[in-house]
Design a protein around this ligand. Structure first.
Ligand SMILES: CC(C)(COP(=O)(O)OP(=O)(O)OC[C@H]1O[C@@H](n2cnc3c(N)ncnc32)[C@H](O)[C@@H]1OP(=O)(O)O)[C@@H](O)C(=O)NCCC(=O)NCCS
Length: 178
């Protein structure tokens, strides 16, 4: 299915977000290969789905087609975004944001009070998304990405269970609904 490249303004079609299963890995790998210069092999996803009790992975579907995925680890009050991506032909339609909101909801429901992630210094699109959700840069990991020795920014959002953050999510969720 080809997505409309210029969706009309206003409310976006909601993504149907579900837990990732083995049957999703093929589609996820396709998006992964189109999105990252270094990619996870399929067995990394299978291990996360089956062997890592701290891991929670999700796919987003639109019109029956998988267009997004994301994952978190939740360790008591700490949560970590391990990956998030949207199919290139479906970007700019708020699906990345819907997936991040889902990851935050899942982390908070499972007890997390803060969330961290690493992002390439050059990835200003993802950084803008994270800042919108209250993430700030707390440190830099020099040469973290082995393919080009690029630095990673470590971003952090805290007090996820506070009234202030709940209100922030509520406003962002309402804006997404249009
Ligand atoms: C990062 C990514 C997931 C964003 O998904 P998306 O569906 O295209 O983004 P959305 O339409 O949900 O946009 C949400 C926010 O992201 C930011 N954003 C999205 N596209 C942007 C662009 N072209 N320029 C600047 N900011 C942008 C904005 O903050 C935007 O909010 P706004 O519309 O209110 O300004 C997507 O670009 C992607 O898959 N990139 C490749 C993989 C990747 O880099 N993953 C992150 C690894 S840390």
């Amino acid at each position: 299915m080809k997505l409309d490249p210029s969706p009309s303004a206003g409310a976006q079609e909601p993504l149907i977000i579900e837990s990732m299963g083995d049957a999703d890995v093929k589609d996820v790998l396709r998006i992964e290969q189109q999105s990252f210069s270094t990619t996870w092999p399929s067995n990394a996803f299978y291990q996360e789905l089956h062997d890592n009790k701290l891991a929670h992975y999700f796919v987003g579907r639109y019109g029956g087609r998988t267009v997004a995925y994301g994952g978190i680890w939740v360790i008591l009050e700490d949560s970590h975004v391990t990956t998030i991506a949207v199919s290139p032909d479906a970007r700019g339609r708020k699906y990345g944001e819907m997936m991040l909101l889902h990851l935050l909801d899942q982390a908070i429901t499972r007890g997390a009070s803060w969330m961290t992630l690493e992002v390439r210094e050059s990835n200003t699109v993802a950084q803008a998304l994270y800042r919108k959700y209250g993430f700030t840069t707390v440190s830099t990991r020099k040469g973290y990405y082995s393919d080009n020795n690029e630095n990673a920014l470590v971003m952090w959002a805290g007090n996820l269970k506070s009234e202030i953050y709940k209100n922030r999510l509520c406003a962002l969720r309402a804006a997404l609904r249009g």
